[in-house]
Design a protein around this ligand. Structure first.
Ligand code: PEP
Ligand code: MN
Length: 453
């Protein structure tokens, strides 16, 4: 068998990948040691890809299905991954939670659920301030394990470019385990369903029992029919993160030899955050030049005219699945702010995938001083998102959730009725508050009800 011919990228395409260097780049750390940065970037640029271009294309096709109501996206994981939390148990529990949610959503939606982790690369965070002051001492703010460390000491907070390489290694180990879990039998739908039965049996809320019972019947029916196909045993699982640190994303961008086109091979899907989506800034320029499916976060102030220019820049060919808008409006705002945005985009010739992030518009500081979110606000924003799309005849394509597989106490409410006084018990996040395992499953059952309504 002959090897297919390798297609090289054009010089323009290669040069374009560095055009961001001449543009304003928000939220980049100030690396104190330029030589160490050059060494780290050089190391990353010869390391193997973490994902393949062909896999990114598959995800693009799945997102195109979600844009037209033939699939539903579940994107979830930590706000900020840490090196310390890249353990087998931790990764397994996150995957397990996402798979359990996906099983419930698949039933509710009666369509495939596209599973995308905020995982294997989510190590860098945008911050509202460059510095943090405690007791008269000012140090650089914590920007994620890819940049510096959390303890409030000058040594820990100094940006260290070696951390870019450590982030690659942690992502690589994480993805290796994710691939093993999702194809090696762990993800078998029958196990996932048994876990969900365990959740419902122990849940304080009996309203989920009926749906779990219905899924049980469907599973028994399939078993009675002798269904034992591969689709029950393995799942497709994709990795995503915010493309924030261009010193990480750029050296991990490679030319696909099948097409001569560049892909960011640090993850299948990357998004640009609310704070870095400046139309003329470095981040939008960079993602405009890679061929992955990409996302942009949109808050309530996103200007509809800006969106049309953004679409022209990021998806000039109107390629299905290329562009996802992840809206994060806030539960009190979504019903007023979302319609004009969706209408304007829909009236143009663009087809984007709409995903609801009900987390980032609903963060506040609790009386006891913790950054938190209310479970009910999260549910209400998703409900508002569905209502808006229903009223406009457009497609609610998925949800984007900050979650963890363990039993943390970071978000208020849910059937476990986590109260302000409980937050201190297990507040483990180094950044935003996450739904715990139980709250995540409750949310999945509630969204499944919305999908089947
Ligand atoms: C995030 O996803 O953790 C984040 C910072 O979101 P946003 O860009 O929507 O504020
Ligand atoms: Mn966050």
């Amino acid at each position: 068998m002959s090897t297919p011919a390798r297609i090289d990228a054009s010089p323009d395409v290669i040069a374009g990948l560095d055009a961001w260097r001449d543009l304003p780049a928000a939220q980049q750390p100030v690396w104190p040691d330029a030589e160490a940065l050059a060494t780290a970037v050089g190391t990353l640029s010869v390391y193997p890809p973490l994902v393949f271009a062909g896999e990114c294309d598959v995800l693009k096709a799945r997102l195109a299905d979600a844009a037209v109501g033939k699939a539903f996206v579940l994107q979830g994981g930590d706000c900020a991954e840490t090196f310390a939390s890249a353990t087998a148990d931790n990764i397994r529990d996150r995957i397990k939670t996402i798979l359990q949610m996906a099983a419930v959503l698949t039933y509710g939606a009666s369509m495939p659920v596209v599973k995308v982790g905020r995982i294997a690369g989510q190590f860098a965070k945008p911050r509202s301030s460059n510095e943090e002051t405690r007791d008269g001492v000012t140090l650089p703010t914590y920007r994620g394990d890819m940049v510096n460390d959390f303890p409030f000491t000058p040594q820990a907070r100094t940006p260290d470019p070696n951390r870019l390489v450590r982030a690659y290694n942690a992502s690589s180990a994480t993805l290796n385990l994710v691939r093993a879990f999702t194809t090696g039998g762990f993800a078998d739908l029958r196990h996932v369903h048994d876990w969900n039965r365990g959740f419902v049996a122990n849940s304080a809320n009996s309203r989920y029992e009926r749906m779990a019972g219905d899924i049980d019947k469907a599973m028994k029916f399939m078993a009675a029919c002798g269904a034992d196909f591969d689709a029950l045993r393995t799942v497709e699982f994709f990795a995503s993160h915010e493309a924030l640190l261009l010193d990480y994303e750029r050296p991990l961008t490679r030319i696909d030899s099948r097409t001569g086109l560049p892909y960011d091979v640090a993850g299948h899907f990357v998004w640009v955050g609310e704070r870095t989506r400046d139309l003329d800034g470095a981040h939008i320029d960079f993602v405009s030049r890679i061929r992955n499916p990409i996302g942009v976060k949109l808050g309530p102030k996103a200007d509809p005219d800006y969106l049309l220019r953004l679409i022209d820049k990021l998806d000039p060919e109107r390629e299905p699945g290329r562009l996802t808008f992840i809206t994060r409006m806030g539960s009190g705002t979504v019903r007023e702010a979302l319609p004009s945005i969706v209408e304007k985009v829909t009236a143009s010739d663009a087809v984007v995938t709409w995903i609801c992030d009900p987390m980032h518009g609903n963060t506040f500081e609790s009386p006891s001083g913790y950054k938190t979110r209310r479970f009910d606000d999260i549910v209400d924003e998703v409900r508002g998102f569905f209502e808006v799309h229903q009223a406009l005849g457009t497609v609610p394509g998925g949800i984007h959730i900050e979650l963890t597989g363990s039993d943390v106490t970071e978000c208020l409410g849910g059937a476990g009725e986590i109260a302000d006084a409980d937050l201190k018990k297990r507040y483990d996040t180094l950044c935003d508050p996450r739904l715990n395992h139980q709250q995540s499953l409750e949310l999945a059952f509630l969204v499944a009800e919305m999908l089947s309504a």
